[in-house]
Design a protein around this ligand. Structure first.
Ligand code: SF4
Ligand code: SF4
Length: 310
């Protein structure tokens, strides 16, 4: 371990972090049968994000308007006087959760909960037999797991102690020092790449891609196992130039295992309404199978292993 990792950042491991879901028996987040742990909080704001509830680090209230039976319990229970039955009203809400507990129709949900390393591991360890049989393990996803580095580090160490295969699904926007500390404990990186053009990247995700590309080059140079994941979003990165730029960049990464091309889908659009946020890409439709096949051919011609879908 480097001196940095032994220093302040990782010398005191946290008791826990904030996650928004744990999904068992996942088959799309790495090899075999896996448990996927979703960290809450992400430094990017991709406008096509299908998990908008993952973006903010703090807890959030979600309301399913169609489930509301209009009983008014939430209004009576809210001591702040800010609850409204059929939607989230962010102003004045202290996220106490009283209205959630009192909603028998389950129209309200608090997204995000603090969990200790031990609590997460108790969930993860339930399926060790399935991981062993299928060549699976645990995947830390999000949001962005590297945004809670000490929590992630502690979980990776705990998994390694139990000989559980570890994957980290990351957008790559992190200090290299953090990645350098965690990488010895990561068996596989699922590394998301959106765009090579810096201006376009900033426009559609809210951040420059400088450190994302730099971190990817460095991980690859260290010989880490990496599967690149590219969400294909029509009108944003499915044009010939964007595809060629991503493919050419990927082809220069030594030892890159594969590129997964993930067709954009609209499954998350409704979540924006439940969070009282605007979805900025309402008119974009998923790419056709033909378009995905065409993009896959470009990548294959560059010598890359390609899979369409996760
Ligand atoms: S408690 Fe639930 S069902 Fe009742 S009004 Fe509030 S949101 Fe609707
Ligand atoms: S979470 Fe608490 S403060 Fe927010 S609306 Fe519900 S009861 Fe009111």
């Amino acid at each position: 371990m480097s001196a940095f990792c032994e220093g302040a950042l990782f010398s005191v491991l946290p008791m826990g972090g904030i996650i928004f879901d744990i999904k068992r028996f996942s088959v799309h987040d790495g090899p075999g049968i896996r448990t996927t742990v979703f960290f809450k909080g992400c430094p990017l704001r991709c406008q096509w994000c299908h998990n908008p509830e993952s973006q903010r680090v703090r807890r959030e209230l979600m309301v399913w308007r169609e489930r509301c039976i209009g009983c008014g319990a939430c209004v009576s229970l809210c001591e702040q006087g800010v609850a409204v039955p059929d939607r989230v009203r962010g102003e004045g809400c202290i996220l106490c959760g009283q209205c959630v507990d009192g909603c028998y129709a389950e129209a309200r949900q608090m997204v995000g909960r603090e969990m200790s390393v031990q609590e997460v591991m108790a969930e993860v360890e339930r399926d060790i037999a399935f991981y062993d049989e299928s060549g699976g393990g645990v995947t830390f996803s999000g949001g962005e797991p590297l945004l809670q580095p000490t929590f992630l580090y502690a979980l990776l160490q705990a998994c390694q102690a139990k000989e559980i295969h570890t994957a980290v699904d990351t957008c790559g926007w992190a200090d290299w020092a953090v990645l350098d500390c965690v990488r010895p404990h990561v068996d596989l990186f699922l590394y998301d790449l959106k765009l090579i053009d810096e201006v376009a990247h900033r426009r559609w995700t809210g951040r420059s891609n400088d450190r994302i590309l730099d971190n990817l080059r460095r991980l690859s140079a260290f010989g880490q196992r990496i599967i690149l994941r590219v969400a294909i979003v029509p009108t944003i990165n499915d044009d010939a130039q964007s595809v060629r730029q991503i493919g050419s960049f990927a082809a220069k990464l030594p030892g890159l295992e594969r590129v997964d091309l993930l067709p954009y889908h609209r499954a998350g659009a409704e979540k924006y309404t439940r969070l009282a946020r605007d979805f900025s890409l309402p008119g974009i439709r998923p790419p056709t199978k033909e378009k995905m096949a065409e993009i896959a051919r470009v990548f294959t011609a560059l010598g890359l292993q390609v899979k369409v879908g996760g």
